[in-house]
Design a protein around this ligand. Structure first.
Ligand SMILES: *Cc1c(COP(=O)(O)O)cnc(C)c1O
Length: 372
């Protein structure tokens, strides 16, 4: 049996010659960064692809999120969830804001909109919900709440590239959405990220924040940092964007295979397709119900690893359990997030994962069960 390691993710790369072909122009121009030709072309293509008024590119998604929070001149408390990657909360704290954790719901692991209002105080300035695994938050309810209390909404859409809700691209909800183009995401620019927003008034402040606040050679208007995307990243983005639909289609086949093979295993739960949502098939999380399956999540993860299948406890631990936050927060305040984080693993998923490997992973999970 083929016993090569199967990792949880594998970066999508364009054809080697396709990428190298694009590098020739960089060598001709000697223009490596600061709004180069590829940078401008990628921003334009993404505005069309995501059907959004403005795209500002960044060197990574995290700095894009910090820029969004800082460009809106927020102060006070921000309502968010602990069931996310460290970046979401760190961006809030590093922007001088105070995170307030709201629990998630059991149906799709996004923010529980029924619990938001009870967390709003006179210090609340914004909501930062996460489209976790590409599951779309209740954008309509969040919009209503934000309007009622005059709050800004910045979506962490790091997982949600190319997703549509009832035909509308996800980039169009809230004040600003942050996308990550990190190597492990559905669409990558090696490292990279973007802010998407329809209010063009935000553009200047966002641009200043990623380039030292420099408006022109003699006018420095704000205390900005450096978070610019370079030409090598933009070239990778232009190549990968050409193949994105094909790549998502390949992910879809794998997800369908997982759903088919895992549906017969007792004690393993996974999410079905959501109505009205065009998915990007970014992740395949499963929940392990120990009482029924016979092993707990950690035991299943260890067992798979011994068989050379590397899964990820994504997201565990919860952000409110991190050493840097646990003195001020308590995981018991978000019991559903706590339970999900203790049961979840994400299975290997990337566009060129072989269907035979996917079947092998499912067989191993089946063999690991007490119902063998
Ligand atoms: C990847 C990710 C980020 C950060 O993006 P980078 O491009 O890696 O900086 C933020 N939030 C979530 C939920 C992510 O998965």
């Amino acid at each position: 049996m083929n016993n090569e390691k199967i990792m949880v993710t594998r970066s999508t790369l364009p054809d080697y010659d396709e990428y190298c072909g694009m590098l020739k122009r960089i060598w001709n121009d000697h223009w490596l960064t600061n709004n180069g030709e590829y940078h401008e072309a990628l921003a334009n293509e993404l505005e069309s692809f995501l059907d959004v008024e403005n795209i500002t590119l960044f060197t990574n998604g995290h700095l894009a999120l910090e820029s969004a929070l800082q460009s809106l001149h927020l102060s006070g408390e921000v309502i968010t969830t602990p069931f996310t990657f460290a970046s979401t909360t760190h961006a809030i704290v590093r922007s001088g804001l105070v995170p307030v954790f709201c629990d998630i719901n059991e149906t799709d692991y996004t923010i529980d909109v029924d619990k938001i209002e009870s967390l709003i105080t006179n210090k609340t300035c914004a909501i930062v919900p996460v489209h976790v695994y590409g599951n779309i938050c209740d954008v309509d309810r969040i919009n209503e709440i934000a309007k009622k209390y005059n709050l800004k909404v910045i979506y962490d859409a790091a997982h949600a590239f190319a997703i549509k809700k009832n035909g509308v691209d996800i980039a169009n909800f809230g004040d600003i959405s942050m996308f990550s183009f990190h190597a492990t995401k559905v669409f990558n620019t090696i490292e990279g990220g973007a802010l998407a927003y329809n209010n063009t008034e935000y553009k200047q402040a966002i641009n200043l924040s990623k380039n030292f606040g420099i408006a022109n050679a003699e006018s420095i208007q704000s205390v900005g940092g450096n978070a610019k995307m370079n030409e090598f990243q933009a070239a990778m983005g232009l190549c990968n964007l050409k193949h994105i639909n094909e790549s998502i289609q390949m992910r879809k086949h794998i997800v369908e295979k997982y759903r088919e093979c895992l549906s017969v295993i007792k004690g393993i739960h996974f999410l079905k397709e959501f109505e009205g949502i065009q998915s990007n098939y970014a992740y395949f999380p499963i929940l392990v119900d120990e009482a029924v399956y016979g092993r707990n999540r950690d035991e299943l993860a260890d067992y798979l690893q011994k068989e050379n299948v590397y899964v990820r406890k994504y997201f565990y631990p919860l952000v409110n359990a991190f050493e840097c936050y646990s003195t001020n927060y308590n995981v018991e305040d978000t019991p559903i997030a706590k339970r999900i984080s203790e049961q979840v693993i994400t299975l290997p998923l990337y566009s060129d994962l072989a269907i035979s490997d996917c079947e092998k992973i499912c067989s191993l999970i089946q063999e690991g069960s007490i119902h063998e």
